[in-house]
Every structure is written in structure tokens, then in C-alpha cells.
Design a binder for this molecule. Structure first.
Ligand code: ARG
Length: 242
């Protein structure tokens, strides 16, 4: 009898502890408007609102931390993060290291140059300096298709953040940047840069969790469906993309 009571109290204690739980740590790379960026010291953008809405629907506590894009997957795998939302493309390579939610966005790559430059799409050919964010699909695309093939004979310059790449573009230290199309459009609306070409890659963004954490993937997917059905996602699209 005593043992049963002890056992029951223990179960209650553990369940209670789980419910109160510790906050889940969400990693992002807040240099990617309109998905994630910093405004007045706050993490804002579509992804930031989306993950907060998911947490609300699923009853999760979250805490958002900012790091360089290429540290997100290692940090997730190492257990320092529980979730990554960073406009992250679902790729086969990444799927070997982490598990992804259902896709929530689709994007291509864009080629961006200074507004006042004469450059066009041929900026990708020859002795040019092309900027990318380290470890992104844009980085891989330029490396595989331009650098390894000898089409780009200049340099591939890797940056921790797109904000740094944009600054270097403005300062004429590089000739172009390859980055996701929705983000390129936002930068082009806010800075003296323009888009000279689209590379159709048809990438899907997903929310990543530790590999095999199916329970959290299911929770996130279910929340995504609820937010779609209630029109919340539509609202967030309106808010961040009109
Ligand atoms: N979609 C691209 C990728 O997954 C770029 C993502 C960059 N995200 C960011 N928050 N800086 O590689």
C-alpha cells in the first residue's frame, strides 16, 4: 500500500514537473527579414510570430536565442537547442542530422547587386566576388554550380549574417549576394540593392528538432494545421508580406 502511494505520488510529481517543464530553447539566426530579425531589441518576423503561435496552441513555453546560421544544426544535435526556426530549407543532408516539421514556406534563390551597379546575371560568371551566408543553401549552390565548375573564377565570400554581406556589398567589397528570394525582395525594398536574377530551387522551409524527436514533430505539425485552419497563418502572411 505504502509503495503504491509512493509510486502514485512519484508519477504525479514527474507528470507535474513535465507540465510545468522547462522552456524549450528555440534557435534562430535573426538576420533574415521578414522571417526573423531584431527590432527594438526584440526578435520579430514571420517565423518568430509563427513559433510563438505554435507554442500557444501546443501549450509550450519557449525561449528564443540568436546564433549564426551554421551553428544552429550542431547546437540542436548537441542538445543546446530544442527547436530551430530560421527559414531553414529541408534538405536531405540536414535530414540526416535533424528531423523537420511539414513545410511551411517555399522559396528560390535570388541574385542581388548594388542598385547603382551595371551588373546583371552575368555577375555570377568570371572573376567576381559573390557573398553568401555560411552554410546556407545559397552557399552550397554557388559552391557546387559556380565554383567547382570553374564558372566563377573569383571568390566565394562567406558571412556569418546577411546583414554583414549587405554592408560589404554596399562598400563594394563584393559584387553580388545569393540568398533566398523572399529575403532578397525585402532587402531590395529597404536598401539600395536590386535583384538581377532568380535561381529556381523550389526550397521548402521546415522547423527542425533533434533527429527522431517524433513527439515534438507531431506536436508542431498539429499546431501548424490548427493555425492554418483558424486562419492565423494567413494573418501572419498578411502582416509580414504585404
Ligand atoms: N533557406 C536557406 C537555408 O536553409 C537560408 C536560411 C537562412 N536563414 C537565416 N535565418 N539566416 O540554407
Amino acid at each position: 500500500m505504502k509503495r503504491t502511494i509512493l509510486l502514485i505520488s512519484l508519477v504525479i510529481l514527474v507528470l507535474g514537473g513535465m507540465a510545468i517543464g522547462r522552456a524549450l530553447t528555440v534557435g534562430t539566426s535573426a538576420d533574415f527579414p521578414p522571417f526573423e530579425y531584431v527590432e527594438d531589441g526584440e526578435f520579430v518576423g514571420f517565423d518568430m510570430d509563427l513559433i510563438r503561435a505554435i507554442a500557444d496552441v501546443a501549450g509550450l513555453e519557449i525561449e528564443i536565442v540568436d546564433m549564426s546560421f551554421d551553428s544552429l544544426i550542431p547546437a540542436l544535435a548537441a542538445g543546446q537547442l530544442d527547436i530551430v526556426i530560421a527559414g531553414m530549407t529541408i534538405t536531405e543532408d540536414r535530414q540526416r542530422a535533424v528531423s523537420f516539421s511539414d513545410p511551411y514556406w517555399t522559396a528560390d534563390q535570388s541574385v542581388v547587386v548594388r542598385e547603382d551597379s551595371e551588373e546583371n546575371l552575368t555577375v555570377l560568371f568570371g572573376n567576381k566576388r559573390i557573398g553568401v551566408q555560411t552554410g546556407t543553401t545559397g552557399d552550397l549552390w554557388v559552391e557546387e554550380n559556380l565554383l567547382n565548375t570553374g564558372i566563377l573564377t573569383g571568390r566565394l565570400v562567406r558571412y556569418d549574417t546577411f546583414v554583414m554581406a549587405m554592408t560589404d556589398l554596399a562598400n563594394r567589397n563584393i559584387d553580388a549576394i545569393v540568398l533566398d528570394s523572399p529575403v532578397a525582395e525585402r532587402f531590395a525594398a529597404q536598401r539600395p540593392v536590386r535583384i538581377v536574377g532568380i535561381i529556381v530551387t523550389g526550397e521548402n522551409y521546415g522547423i527542425a528538432v533533434r533527429r527522431g524527436n517524433q513527439e515534438l514533430v507531431d506536436t508542431i505539425n498539429e499546431a501548424l494545421r490548427t493555425l492554418e485552419d483558424t486562419g492565423k497563418i494567413g494573418e501572419l502572411v498578411e502582416k509580414h508580406f504585404q
